[in-house]
Design a protein around this ligand. Structure first.
Ligand code: OGA
Ligand code: MN
Length: 258
């Protein structure tokens, strides 16, 4: 259901692909809001400022972006929690979804302008007793208490040669927050501002990490998963392989229309 509701950006991928080419590591702009995070009180404590800076920088090591404005928005609205689940938990989720995904014999390779290429997907609400607590942890972190959430969890299985083209999830079918667990292999998610294509950020999604995308990043930026040939982070290849995402979303506001 969800995939048919994505807003598609037909030629956006070609445009996006150009933006980061030719840049190198030294262009990387570190995070401007860090300075505001280090308070007078903290600096007078025994922890050195260099250590504080280092800690703050490593908190966002999943983010590669040359545009200070975008860095700032990502630090607020695109959070990645690495090692959010253990290898055992990853295995539990994988075995559960794999048994359902197996029923879809082949990956779907659609017409070139469809949003996703090389994928299988399912939506599930009846999770095993072992998986439920894991998904509860995701929901508790991503959604404040009382926020109505979509009951169905979306599972997207992307083949080694699959990719997701730039899109914004339909505002008709999902709310302001998208929380995705990554299983099996790393990939790079690229964010590009809807109106300013030079506003680009790359996000490294490692297996067992959880990303929480919300508000400005969810609405004002397209997101995409890069294909093998483009899958690089800080100029270094991030080899693509089969990757499964387990995605929780909240309900859209009742009056929203596309
Ligand atoms: C989607 C999507 C990202 C992911 O299904 O709309 O963007 O992490 N998925 O798989
Ligand atoms: Mn999406």
């Amino acid at each position: 259901m969800l995939l048919r509701t994505l807003i598609r950006y037909k030629h956006a991928q070609e445009r996006c692909a150009m933006v980061l080419f030719g840049r190198n590591r030294s262009d990387f702009v570190s995070c401007p809001p860090i300075v505001t995070l280090i308070t007078r009180q903290q600096t007078t404590q025994t922890t050195g400022i260099a250590e504080l800076l280092q800690n703050e920088l490593s908190k966002f090591s999943y983010l590669h972006c040359h545009v200070p404005e975008v860095v700032q928005v990502c630090q607020r609205d695109m959070l990645v929690h690495e090692n959010f689940i253990t290898e055992e938990e990853e295995q539990i989720l994988f075995e559960e979804v794999e048994s359902k995904l197996k029923r879809h014999l082949r990956y779907e390779y659609d017409h070139w302008d469809d949003a996703i290429h090389g994928y299988k997907e399912i939506e599930r609400s009846d999770w095993s007793d072992q998986s439920q607590p894991i998904l509860q942890r995701v929901r508790r972190l991503a959604f404040p208490p009382g926020v109505p959430q979509l009951h169905l969890v979306h599972v997207l299985d992307l083949a080694k040669d699959g990719w997701i083209k730039p899109h914004v999830d339909s505002v008709k079918f999902a709310g302001n927050t998208i929380a995705g667990l990554s299983l099996l292999s790393p990939c790079v998610m690229r964010l590009v501002h809807n109106d300013n294509k030079a506003w680009v950020a790359d996000v490294l999604l490692k297996p067992r990490s959880l990303y929480i995308m919300r508000d400005a990043i969810r609405y004002d930026y397209t997101h995409e998963i890069l294909k093998t040939e483009e899958s690089k982070f800080h100029g270094e290849e991030v080899p693509r392989n089969r990757r499964i995402s387990v995605i929780c979303r909240n309900e859209p506001p009742t009056s929203t229309t596309d």
